[in-house]
Design a protein around this ligand. Sequence first.
Ligand SMILES: C[S@@+](CC[C@H](N)C(=O)[O-])C[C@H]1O[C@@H](n2cnc3c(N)ncnc32)[C@H](O)[C@@H]1O
Length: 428
Amino acid sequence: MANSATLEISLSAICSVVLEKRSLSAFCYPEDSSAETKSLVFGTIRFYHQLNDIVTQLLKHPIEKDNLDIHCLLLLGAYQLLYSDIPAHAAIFETVNVTNYLDKSWAKGLVNAILREVDRQKDSLQKQTHYSHPTWMVKKIKQNYPDHFEQIFANNNIQAPMTLRIHPKYPVADYQQSLTDEGIQSSLSKVAPQALMLDKPVSVYDLPGFDSGACYVQDASAQLAAHILDPQANDYILDACSAPGGKAIHLSELAPSSRIVALDIDTERLERVQQNIDRFNIQNIELKSGKAQDQDWHNPTDAPLFDKILLDAPCSATGVIRRHPDIKLLRKPKDINALVELQSQILENLWSMLKPGGTLLYATCSILKAENEFQMADFLYSHEDASEVKIDLDWGIKTVIGKQQLPTYEFDGFYYAKIKKSLCATSS
Ligand SMILES: C[S@@+](CC[C@H](N)C(=O)[O-])C[C@H]1O[C@@H](n2cnc3c(N)ncnc32)[C@H](O)[C@@H]1O
C-alpha cells in the first residue's frame, strides 16, 4: 500500500512532466525511493490521457491554474483505483492525505468526492477502450498502420521487460545459469544472439559481473545494430549519435581491433559513454563532441573517410513509448517535421564522410514512416551511389527500404536500413 509520503514523491514527478513539461528521466527521485514510487509515476503517466479524460469529465469546473497539482493528484488517485491492486479505501485515504503535504486541505472534500466517484464507476471505466495517446499521435499511427494500430497502442501501454546483452566472452547459456543461481529467471531471444530477457526487472547491482562489464542493459531490437553493421578487425567506424554508448560498446565487443569514433552533441551524455568505456575496459573508442550534421569535430588528416557509419538518428522515439511514456505528453506534432529535416541533413553530411564501398546503417527507435522508410526512400532516390543491402533477419516487417519492427513484448519499435556506397558513382 502506498503511503502519503510515497504518493507525495510520485506526485512531484508527475507534476514535473505534466505541468513543467520536463522529461521523466530528468526527475531526481530521493535516494531511498521505492520501486512502488516509480511504478505509480510510470503508470499514471502511461495512462495520463485516459485518466485526464475521466477526471476532467467528473470535475464540475476545471481546476484553476494555481492548483493544477491537485488535478495531478486526482490522476494519481484514479490510476491507483483503476490500475493497481491497492485497496480502494486505502488509495483514497492516502491520496486525500497528500493535500496536507501540499498545504491545500481545502481540496480534501473535492479529492475524496472525485475518487469515490471513480471507484463507483470503476467497472464501466475499465471496460471502455481508450488508447491513452494524444489525438495527433493516434491519427498518425492509424494512418501509418491501418492494420496494426490496435496492437501498437496496446504494446505502448505495457511495461517493457529488462533485457541484457551478455558480453560475447561469456556463452549466453552460462550467464543465464549464473542468473538462475542468483534466483533471477530469464529467457533467450530467437533473434538477438547475446540477449537475455529477465522475467522481472532487478537492480543492475544484483547482476553477476555487472561492474566488470559482463552485461549491458539494452533492448533486443537495439542489440541488432552492431550485428547488422558487422564490424571487422581494422575497420574505421563512426557511431554518429552515440551516447550513452550501448551500440558503440557492442561494436567494440564484436571487433576489438577496429577503431571507433563515438560522436555526440551532448557532452553530459558523452560522460556516460566514458563511464561505460571504463566499466568495459575498452581501448578502441575515441570520444568526440559535435554535431553529426557538421564535420568540424573531425580531423581529416587523421583518416579522412570511414569504412562504416552507424547513424542512430535523433528521432521521435515513438517506438520506445512503453519505456518512456512521457513521450506521449512531451512530443508535439511540429517536432516530427523538424526531426525529419535534421535526419536528412545528418544523412547528407555523413554520406560524404563514408568511403566508396563503405556501409551506413541508419537506425531509429521510431515507428513513423516519415522518419524511416520515407526518409530512406528519399535518400536513395537522390543518391545514385547508394544502394540497399538486405537485412537478413527474422525480425520486423520489410518496408519499401529497410525493416521496421513494431513494438511487441520482446522488442522495442525500431527501424534499420543498411545502405552501401558504390565504389565509383557520384551523388546526383
Ligand atoms: C537514440 S540516442 C543514441 C543512443 C546510442 N546510440 C546508444 O546505443 O546508446 C540519440 C543520441 O543522439 C544525440 N544527438 C541528437 N542530435 C544530435 C546531433 N545533431 N549530432 C550528434 N548527436 C546528436 C543525442 O544527444 C543522443 O545521445
